[in-house]
Design a protein. Structure first.
Length: 444
């Protein structure tokens, strides 16, 4: 359905995430900690599947991209060189009555507090980096920062990667990892948090070819969203930044924006970072980071095209886009909630049931099928309640197929395979079930 018809609210989605073990508020036992989230059993699986899909598309299926994992904490010299200590700021206003603090750009020019109606202070810049100390003595020389992005870890490793691999420009370095930003305000569930995970690609190109590569990566990322991940095209758009919006390092930037229940907001950015970062780290470190082209006998500092997206925000969009409610019969109770996830992203690919949970012969056969499938893919076992309730539970967590072992199974070694989206049921031989589901997973 189009997003205009979408019935999901953030409250419904948050409730489903907690009820089914996707996302929990962090440190709830002790009252929680704003801007931090814990991912439950199903949430971990969905996050891993999202990261796997991104890594496969951007690293494994390409000849011109390699991977990297850099440290979470880096010295202040890196952040001074990159401009983060000077420029990584958000405008902050404070209510002079209740003392709550807000991002000024979230209030759209308001002069009174949205909480109590009190007057707001003038905006001031607030650096959102988390500072820490490294070593046993806390002094100016021990100051370090939790990274607010993975990109700088890639840039300071550019020379290492270049010298240790056979790649030549154009080529990219991909990284998935945690980042930390001391956001003034968080909200809209996991949309904006203080600890989050990023998937970033720094693609190094020859100066003068950056416009071409910028367009290429915008097209490639749109293909990933709509084809690989299955986001409906009508729910996502590409918006170019105005000159006044550009970051200090950017020549041109485009945002993929999604129509969330709380408004159209950023999902992913694609930026032309020019040669800003490598030149900044050359100046800061005194190390030569230029590239020598053997074919043209030229030496230059590469430009960088950066597609960057948050895992958590992708997670949110995947759930929002997949969420559906459907009337399946005449009664008000004949209504099901279903996550129409791409099969490759679904936490469980298959659920296996015995028709009746207290019949040992059915349970034993179902357990045998479960054990056969489990080494091949993520499989759920469910024997609680009647089969109809089990189907509803699996629909709600996005499991594409359910296998039911019944009395006919004991006679002819066939099972019922039920499809999540169409709810159709077909008989299939037990022999070949693994092949059947593998083929369906490949087909998407």
């Amino acid at each position: 359905m189009a997003i205009e018809e979408q019935i999901v609210s953030m409250d419904k989605l948050v409730a489903l995430c907690k009820r089914r073990g996707f996302v929990f508020g962090s440190s709830e036992l002790y009252g929680g900690l704003s801007g931090f989230w814990d991912y439950g059993p199903l949430g971990v699986e969905l996050k891993q599947n999202i990261k796997r899909a991104w890594w496969r598309a951007n690293v494994h299926l390409r000849d011109d991209v390699v991977g990297l994992e850099s440290a979470l904490i880096m010295p202040s010299a890196i952040w001074a060189a990159s401009g983060h200590l000077q420029n990584f700021n958000d405008p902050l206003v404070e209510c002079q009555s209740c003392k709550r603090r807000f991002r000024a750009d979230d209030l759209e020019g308001a002069t009174v507090c949205p909480q109590c109606g009190g007057p707001l202070s003038e905006a001031r810049q607030f650096n959102t980096m988390f500072q820490t100390q490294v070593g046993p003595v806390a002094d100016e020389g021990s100051i370090a920062y939790l990274r607010p992005e993975t990109a700088q870890g890639t840039f300071v490793n550019f020379k290492n990667v270049l010298q240790s691999t056979p790649h030549k420009i154009p080529f990219g370095i991909a990284q998935i990892g945690k980042s930390f930003r001391n956001e003034i305000t968080t909200g809209n569930f996991i949309f904006r948090s203080r600890e989050f995970e990023q998937m970033e690609l720094e693609f190094f190109v020859k100066p003068g070819t950056d416009d071409e590569w910028f367009d290429y990566w915008r097209d490639e990322r749109m293909r990933w969203w709509t084809h690989d991940i299955g986001i409906r095209p009508q729910n996502i758009r590409l918006r170019d930044h105005a000159v006044s919006e550009l970051s200090h390092y950017s020549k041109q930037t485009s945002d993929f924006e999604y129509r969330y229940p709380f408004g159209t907001r950023e999902l992913e950015g694609v930026a032309d970072r020019t040669d800003f970062d490598l030149k900044a780290h050359m100046a800061g470190s005194g190390i030569d980071l230029t590239y020598y082209d053997d074919e043209t006998q030229e030496r230059y500092v590469p430009y960088v095209i950066e597609p960057a997206v948050g895992v958590d925000r992708t997670f949110l969009v995947v759930l929002l886009d997949a969420y559906d409610e459907e009337q399946t019969g005449p009664k008000p109770s004949d209504r099901r909630t279903v996550l129409r996830l791409k099969s490759q992203l679904a936490p469980y690919k298959v659920a296996v049931f015995p028709l009746v949970a207290n019949k040992p012969d059915l349970v034993a056969r179902a357990r045998s099928i479960y054990a056969t499938l489990k080494p091949e893919m993520m499989v759920a076992w469910d024997s609680i309640g009647n089969v109809g309730k089990r189907y509803r539970r699996q629909d709600e967590v996005g499991t594409p197929w359910c296998v039911t072992v019944d009395y006919q199974t004991l006679e002819d070694s066939t099972v019922t395979v039920r499809d999540r989206d169409t709810m159709t049921q077909e008989r299939h031989p037990v022999v070949g079930l693994s092949d059947l589901f593998r083929e369906r997973l490949v087909a998407g």
